[in-house]
Design a protein around this ligand. Structure first.
Ligand SMILES: *Cc1c(COP(=O)(O)O)cnc(C)c1O
Length: 849
C-alpha cells in the first residue's frame, strides 16, 4: 500500500534544548561547522544515517537521548555558544552597512532554482548553486536581499544506474514539513495565499514557504495546496519537467506570484519593499510584467511610462551562451495566458520578440525589462554582446549594453574545514573584501609545505573512503551480490594522483572526451609507477537521451574489472557528493567546447581547496588562468569539424597529463613532498582563492548594478513618477523622429597631407535634427585604427561640442589627437542623450556619418 500523505512526528524538545529548533531553521548551519558539530553530537550515528540532515536528526532522535542531553552541561554550553554566534551574525553590521543611503533598502533576487544544501534539493546544477551562493554571500556581507523561487515537491531528480549503465530517475516527494522551511502566515495565523490568474477563468494559488539563509529570507512558492484544482496543484511538481504549458505556468508563478509573495512578505514583516529586482536568467522575466501591471493600476501610468520605472530598477543576468539554450515560448501560448492579465498584449508581445515571429523569447524580454544586464565572466560578456547584438542594430558588438560580473563561490560552504584551520584563507590585510583592490590570501605562505601536503593527502583519503562507500552502494543497487562487491574495499588509493570531473551532462561539456583514445587513458590509469585515478559524476536532463548515452558509455568503460579500481562514475551528483570531490581531487578537469561554458564554478571550488585546474580556456578560467594555478588545454577554436576538434583537444589533454601533470605530482623531495606541486597548490590558494569568492561577486553586483539601479529607480519614482512619464514621452519623441536624424557633413582641418604623431585634427560636423534639440542627443567623434575594409578598431569616442544652430541644422566640433602611427580613421555618430540613460546604446538608436 502507498501512503496518501506523509509527515514527520518529532519528539518534543525539553525546555533546555528549545534553541535547537531556532538553529535548525536557519540554514546557516549548512556552512557553519560548529553548528553542524552540535547536531552531530545529538546522535553521531543518526547523523550519519540521516545524511547529515539536522532536520531529520531532530525528527528521529529519541526522547531519552534528548532528556540526557538536556542535563549534559557540555552540550548545553556548546548549544549556547552556537546560539550566541548566530545572534551575533544576524545582528552585527557588515560591509553593506557601511555604504550609506545610496544603497538600496532591499533587493529581490529571482531564480528558478536555488542550491543551498543537499537537504533542500531545489537545484539542477550550476545556475542553482550560484543562486544559493549569491544568497549566502549576501548574508555574509549584510546585503538586504530577499530570494524568490519555487518549492518543487520532487526537486530535480535522484539519479541511479541500471545494470547496463542507463541513468534511472527517481522523484521522491518531499514533505515541506520535514524541510527547514516555514509557512508565511498572516498575523491571525492563517496561511498567506498568493494567486495568479490563468486562462478560462482559472486561478493558480500558492503558499509561500520561507527558508532562512543566514540574514536572507528565501521565499519559495508551492502550488500543491488544497485551494487549487488538481491540474494547478501539479505546477510546482518538478524542476525543468513537463511541456511548454507547464513551464509557462511555473514561470508565471515564479515571476508574477513571486512579486506578490514579496509584497506580502515585506508588509507582514515590516521589511522595506525592494528597490531593485534582479532576474537570475530569463525564467523570472514575468516579475517585470507584474510590476508594470502594478504601476499602471496603482499610479495610472501608461505601459510605456511604467516600463521606464520598472526597467530602472531591474537587473538581468544571462547565463546562456548557446542560442538553443534560451527559454522561448510559442507566441500564441503567451497570448492565451496573458489575454486577461492586465497588460495589453500589443505591449507585452514586443517585449519577447525575436527573429522568429512565432516565438516569445524570455532572454530578450529580460534584456528589454532590465536597464542593466550582465553575463557571468568576461568571455561570456563578450559572447553575449555578440549573441544579442540584433537587439541593438547599428551598434558595434562592443557597444552592446551587456557587461559582465564573473561568478564566485561561497568559501565557507565549499572549503574543507581543515584547510581554513591551517590558515589558507587569512590575509594580512584582513578580510580582502572589506578593503579595496586585488587581494591575496598571504596567510598560506606561513604554512609549512609538509603540513599543506599532509592535509591534502588526508582530504584525498577522505574522498577515497567516500568513493569506496559509493562504489559499493552503486554496485549493489545495480544488482551485484554482496559476495561480488569486495573489490570496492580496496578500489582507489589515497596516494594516487586524483582527477575529478563532475558536472551536468549537456553535450557541450563533453563528458566522454577523455575516452577519445581509450588505450591512452587506460595506460595513464594503469601506469605501474605513476598512475592516475579518475572520479566522474554528473546528471543528464531526464529528457536528454544523448546525455544518458554518454553516461552509459562512461559507466561501461569504468565497469571493466581491469580498471575499475582507478576510474569510477558515481551516480547521484549533488552538493553532498560534490564537497568530497572539491576537497579531495588534486586536479579538476574541465573540457567544454569553448566558448559555451558561460563561467563554470566547480573549478573555483576545487581551487579554494588547493585543487589545480586542467581546463579549456573557457568561462572563468580564460580570465584567471595565470600559468601557476594549473594548466590550460589548448583549444582548436577555428576547427569547425567537431570530430577533429575533439581529437585535437583530447590529445592535448593526454599530452599535458603525461608530460606535465603526472611527473610534477610524483616528483618528491627527500621528505616525500612533491615540492613543485605544493608550490602550485600554494599559489592557487593565495592568488586564485580571493578572486573566486562569492563575496567578491556580490560586492561587484552591489557596486556596479544594485546601487546604480536603486538610484535610477528612485529618480524615476520621484514626485509620483513624473520623471518616468517624461522619460517615456522623450523616448517616444526620439523614436518617432529618429529616421530624420542625419550627419549631413563632416570636415576635418589640421594634420596636413601626411599628419605626424602628436598633431591634432579639428572635426566639424553638421547634423540634421528635425523636431529634436541638441540637448536630446550626443554627437561623438569616434576614431581608431582602421583596417583595409575601413572598419574601425580600438575605438575611442569623444563628445563633440555644440557650436551653433540654424533652424534644424546644428554644428558640432571636437579636436582629435593623433596619438599613434599607422592607418587611422574617424567617423561621427549621433546617439540619444539623457541623464537617465545607463548606457548610450540603450534605446538602440544611432546614426553614423
Ligand atoms: C558547482 C556545482 C555545479 C556547477 O559546476 P560547473 O562547473 O558550473 O559545471 C553543479 N553541481 C554541483 C553539485 C555543484 O556543486
Amino acid at each position: 500500500m502507498r501512503a496518501l500523505r506523509r509527515f514527520t512526528v518529532r519528539a518534543a524538545l525539553p525546555e533546555a534544548l528549545t534553541p535547537l529548533s531556532q538553529l535548525v531553521m536557519n540554514l546557516r548551519w549548512s556552512w557553519h561547522a560548529e553548528t553542524r558539530d552540535l547536531f552531530e553530537a545529538l546522535d553521531p550515528e543518526l547523523w550519519q544515517t540521516c545524511g547529515n540532515d539536522p532536520v531529520k536528526v531532530l525528527g528521529e532522535v529519541s526522547a531519552e537521548r534528548l532528556a540526557t542531553l538536556s542535563r549534559d552541561r557540555r552540550f548545553l554550553r556548546h548549544l549556547q555558544d552556537a546560539v550566541d554566534d548566530l545572534e551575533d551574525y544576524l545582528s552585527s553590521a557588515h560591509w553593506y552597512q557601511s555604504l550609506g543611503p545610496d544603497a538600496p533598502r532591499s533587493i529581490a533576487y529571482f531564480s528558478a532554482e536555488f542550491g543551498i544544501t543537499e537537504v533542500l534539493p531545489q537545484y539542477s546544477g550550476g545556475l542553482g548553486i550560484l543562486a544559493g551562493d549569491h544568497l549566502k554571500a549576501a548574508s555574509d556581507l549584510g546585503v538586504p536581499l530577499i530570494g524568490v523561487g519555487l518549492l518543487y515537491r520532487a526537486g530535480y531528480f535522484e539519479q541511479g544506474l541500471s545494470a547496463d549503465g542507463w541513468q534511472l530517475e527517481r522523484y521522491p516527494s518531499l514533505d515541506p514539513h520535514g524541510l527547514p522551511v516555514k509557512l508565511l502566515r498572516q498575523p491571525d495565523g492563517s496561511t498567506v495565499v498568493v494567486s495568479v490568474p490563468l486562462p478560462e477563468g482559472r486561478t493558480l494559488h500558492a503558499h509561500v514557504w520561507r527558508a532562512q539563509v543566514g540574514r536572507v529570507s528565501l521565499l519559495l512558492l508551492d502550488s500543491d495546496i488544497e485551494e487549487n484544482a488538481p491540474a494547478e496543484r501539479g505546477v510546482t511538481d518538478r524542476l525543468y519537467g513537463g511541456d511548454e504549458d507547464h513551464r509557462l505556468r511555473q514561470e508565471m508563478l515564479l515571476g508574477i506570484g513571486g512579486v506578490r509573495a514579496v509584497r506580502a512578505y515585506c508588509q507582514l514583516t515590516g521589511t522595506p519593499q525592494p528597490e531593485v529586482f534582479h532576474a537570475n536568467e530569463g525564467h523570472a522575466g514575468f516579475q517585470g510584467v507584474e510590476r508594470i501591471r502594478e504601476l499602471t493600476e496603482s499610479h495610472g501610468l501608461s505601459f510605456a511610462e511604467a516600463l521606464q520605472a520598472v526597467r530602472a530598477g531591474t537587473v538581468f543576468t544571462t547565463h546562456t551562451p548557446v542560442p538553443a539554450g534560451i527559454d522561448r515560448f510559442p507566441r500564441t501560448l503567451i497570448e492565451r495566458y496573458f489575454a486577461g492579465f492586465g497588460v495589453p498584449l500589443e505591449h507585452l508581445i514586443p517585449l519577447g520578440s525575436e527573429d522568429d515571429p512565432s516565438k516569445f523569447n524570455m532572454a530578450h524580454m529580460g534584456l528589454r525589462l532590465g536597464q542593466r544586464a550582465n553575463g557571468v565572466s568576461q568571455l561570456h560578456g563578450h559572447v553575449s554582446r555578440s549573441m544579442f547584438s540584433d537587439l541593438w542594430p547599428g551598434f558595434d558588438q562592443g557597444d552592446v549594453p551587456i557587461g559582465s560580473i564573473t561568478n564566485g563561490v561561497h568559501a565557507p560552504t565549499w572549503t574543507a574545514r581543515e584547510l581554513v584551520e591551517l590558515g589558507t584563507q587569512t590575509s594580512s590585510e584582513g578580510d580582502p573584501f572589506e578593503g579595496q583592490g586585488p587581494a591575496s590570501f598571504d596567510g598560506v605562505d606561513r604554512i609549512p609545505s609538509g603540513e599543506l601536503w599532509t592535509t591534502r593527502r588526508m582530504l584525498r583519503g577522505r574522498l577515497v573512503d567516500e568513493v569506496r562507500r559509493r562504489l559499493r552502494e552503486t554496485a549493489l543497487s545495480r544488482g551485484a551480490a554482496e559476495a561480488e562487491v569486495g573489490w570496492t574495499d580496496t578500489a582507489f588509493d589515497p596516494d594516487v594522483l586524483t582527477i575529478g570531473f563532475a558536472r551536468r551532462v549537456p553535450s557541450y561539456k563533453r563528458l566522454t572526451l577523455m575516452l577519445r583514445d581509450p588505450e591512452r587513458l587506460r595506460a595513464l590509469l594503469l601506469d605501474p609507477e605513476r598512475p592516475v585515478q579518475l572520479v566522474i559524476a554528473g546528471k543528464s536532463h531526464p529528457a536528454d537521451d544523448g546525455g544518458k548515452q554518454l553516461i552509459q558509455q562512461m559507466v561501461k568503460f569504468a565497469d571493466d574489472p581491469a580498471i575499475r579500481h582507478r576510474i569510477a562514475f558515481l551516480p547521484g551528483y549533488d552538493i553532498g557528493m560534490a564537497r568530497y570531490l572539491y576537497w579531495g581531487c588534486d586536479v579538476w578537469l574541465n573540457n567544454p567546447l569553448r566558448p559555451l561554458e558561460a563561467c563554470g564554478t566547480s573549478g573555483m571550488k576545487a581551487a579554494l581547496n588547493g585543487g589545480l585546474n586542467l581546463s579549456i580556456r573557457d568561462g572563468w578560467w580564460d580570465e584567471w588562468f595565470d600559468g601557476q594555478n594549473g594548466w590550460s588545454i589548448p583549444t582548436a577554436d577555428g576547427v569547425d569539424d567537431h570530430d577533429r576538434r575533439d581529437d585535437v583537444e583530447a590529445r592535448a589533454i593526454y599530452d599535458l597529463l603525461s608530460t606535465q601533470v603526472v611527473p610534477r605530482f610524483y616528483e618528491t623531495d627527500r621528505d616525500g613532498v612533491p615540492s613543485r606541486w605544493v608550490e602550485m597548490v600554494r599559489h592557487t590558494l593565495r592568488e586564485t582563492g580571493p578572486k573566486v569568492l562569492a563575496t567578491r561577486m556580490v560586492r561587484d553586483y552591489v557596486e556596479h548594478l544594485y546601487v546604480p539601479a536603486a538610484g535610477s529607480a528612485r529618480t524615476m519614482a520621484d514626485g509620483g513618477y513624473a520623471p518616468a512619464r517624461d522619460e517615456a514621452q522623450w523616448r517616444a519623441r526620439l523614436q518617432e523622429n529618429w529616421s530624420g536624424v542625419r550627419v549631413a557633413h563632416v570636415e576635418a582641418t589640421g594634420g596636413g597631407d601626411t599628419p605626424e604623431i602628436g598633431s591634432t585634427l579639428a572635426l566639424r560636423a553638421e547634423v540634421e535634427l528635425p523636431h529634436l534639440t541638441p540637448a536630446d542627443i550626443e554627437v561623438q567623434a569616434a576614431y581608431g585604427r582602421v583596417d583595409d575594409a575601413d572598419g574601425l578598431h580600438e575605438v575611442t569616442t569623444v563628445p563633440m561640442a555644440h557650436e551653433h544652430t540654424e533652424g534644424s541644422r546644428h554644428w558640432f566640433t571636437a579636436t582629435v589627437p593623433l596619438e599613434r602611427t599607422g592607418a587611422f580613421g574617424y567617423t561621427v555618430r549621433v546617439l540619444p542623450h539623457s541623464e537617465h540613460l545607463a548606457d548610450p546604446a540603450e534605446l538602440g538608436l544611432v546614426r553614423s556619418a
